[in-house]
Design a protein. Sequence first.
Length: 294
Amino acid sequence: MAIFKGAGVAIVTPMKNNLEVNYEKLEEILEEQISGQTDSIIICGTTGESATMSEEEHMDVIRFTIERVNHRVPVIAGTGSNCTATAVQMSKEAAEAGAEGILLVTPYYNKATQNGLIAHYTKITDEAKIPAILYNVPSRTGCSLQPETIAKLVKDTEYVVGIKEASGDISTVAKIMHLCDGNIDMYSGNDDQVVPLLSLGGIGVISVLSNIAPTYVHDMVYKYLSGDTEGSCQMQLKALPLCDALFCEVNPIPVKAAMNLMGKGCGPLRGPLTEIEPQHEAVLKKAMQEFGLL
C-alpha cells in the first residue's frame, strides 16, 4: 500500500526575522494544508531549507510536524544525508517519532557510485525499518540514481517503496517503471511534469506549487486518477506559467516570496539563499495574479 496517493506538499519552513524556526507559523501552515486537501506533508526537504538546519533542529521540526498533524495525513520526513550514518540515525528517530515514511535524497557532494548508493540506501532502510521514498534530483546533488539501481533496490530491499523523480527526463521515468514492473510508487518531483508522470503509472506529486495552491494540485492529480485525463491535462497546462515563475530562482526562494506576497508571513531565508530579485518578484507576482492567487 502506498504511503500516499495524490499531492504531497514539499512544505516550506517559516522563519522568524532572527532566522529561528517559526513554529507558531508552521502549525498554521500545516492546518491550512490539511484543510486544503493536501494528501501528505513532506517536512524538511529541499523546500524546507533542511540543508541549513542542525541535526537537532532538523529532528525538532520533524517531531513537531508529526505531533501537530497527528496522523490526519501521512507525514514523510526528509532524512537523507551525504553521510550514511547520519541518515541512518535521523531516519530511525523519524520512525520512532511516528513518521509514516522517509524521503532520502541521493548523497550530495560525495558522488557515490551506483554500488555505493545501493549500500547507502540498504543500510538506512534495513536499520530504520520505515517505508522510504528515494529522491533523484541530480541537478542539485551531482549524483544520479540510475533506473537499474532503483529496480535493484525495489527488488532486494523491503522498505524502498517509492521514488520522487526530479531528473526532468521522461525517458528515465519510463525506464524506471519498466524495470520495476510497475512495483514502485512514482511521484513527480517537478510541478510542470505531473501529468506526464501519471501517464506512465505515477501516483502523485511531491509539490512546491502545493504550498500556495494545495487544493488545485490535489484536484489535478485526482482528476487524472479518476479517469478525467483531459481535465487534469488542462489544469497542468494552466499551471505552467506559475510553475515556471516558482523556479525563476533556485527553490525555495520564489515559493517563500509567493507565500509572503499572499500574506502568509513565512519570513526570510537562511543564507546562503537570498531574497528574490525585484525583476523576478515582478514575474512571480504577475503569474500569481493571472492564476488568481492575488
